[in-house]
Design a protein around this ligand. Structure first.
Ligand SMILES: C[S@@+](CC[C@H](N)C(=O)[O-])C[C@H]1O[C@@H](n2cnc3c(N)ncnc32)[C@H](O)[C@@H]1O
Length: 193
């Protein structure tokens, strides 16, 4: 069982509830993440035709919005019903309804829509169970990207424990967000060897 989130993830989660109701503030907050998203597009070898699943979109779904701006179609997933309601509203206000579909779900416990690329948010937990669940829904060639925290705040976030299937990573060094890992390409619910 993943430990309780530390004060930084709890504070950023709170800030998101406010950002969700303010489209301009959400856009400004998202700007520094543009470079993060571009690195992840390259890392995940994402094509515009890929089905992207963003796990843990939060009430202010800026990752999904930035992917939509880059021309991707995204299913944005969150396990919190209230976050899903606000995220839908934020997507509607920002004008991305044709590219972003917000759904309730938790890959650790639920069957999730099939995808080509899954992108797991930094605050998602428990990461091992989420990735195991994603592997169940993953078709051949799917890629799973997982954001991981910096070491100085690692006790505040949950982490992937098995590193064997991690093939590549990119570094961001953006506050608590240190890097994004990519899990080896999937073959029918397993990872390629
Ligand atoms: C604070 S948000 C951060 C995401 C950020 N808005 C973005 O666009 O990248 C993190 C969200 O992850 C959700 N979450 C945490 N664990 C999850 C899981 N196992 N499955 C789905 N959502 C999860 C939380 O409910 C929270 O709303």
């Amino acid at each position: 069982m993943a430990a309780r989130p530390g004060w930084i993830p709890r504070m950023t989660a709170k800030a998101e509830w406010w950002l969700a109701r303010n489209t301009l503030a959400c856009r400004l907050y998202a700007r520094p993440y543009e470079q993060v998203i571009r690195r992840e597009i390259t890392l995940g070898n994402m094509r515009r035709s890929d089905r992207i699943l963003n796990v843990g979109c939060g009430p202010a779904p800026f990752t999904a919005m930035l992917l939509a701006e880059e021309g991707f179609s995204v299913t944005a997933l969150d396990c919190d019903e209230r976050a899903v309601g606000l995220a839908r509203e934020a997507i509607r206000s920002a004008g991305y309804v044709d590219r972003v579909n917000v759904m309730i779900g938790n890959p650790a416990t639920d069957v999730v829509p099939s995808f080509d690329v899954a992108l797991v948010a930094l605050q998602v937990r428990p990461k091992d169970a989420v990735v195991a669940g994603l592997l169940h829904s993953a078709g051949a060639g799917a890629r799973i990207l997982v954001r991981e925290s910096a070491t100085w705040c690692e006790g505040m976030y949950d982490h992937l424990t098995g590193g064997d299937d991690v093939t590549e990573e990119v570094y961001h060094h953006r506050g608590a967000l240190e890097r994004t890992l990519v899990i080896r390409e999937c073959i029918d619910g397993r990872t390629a060897s």
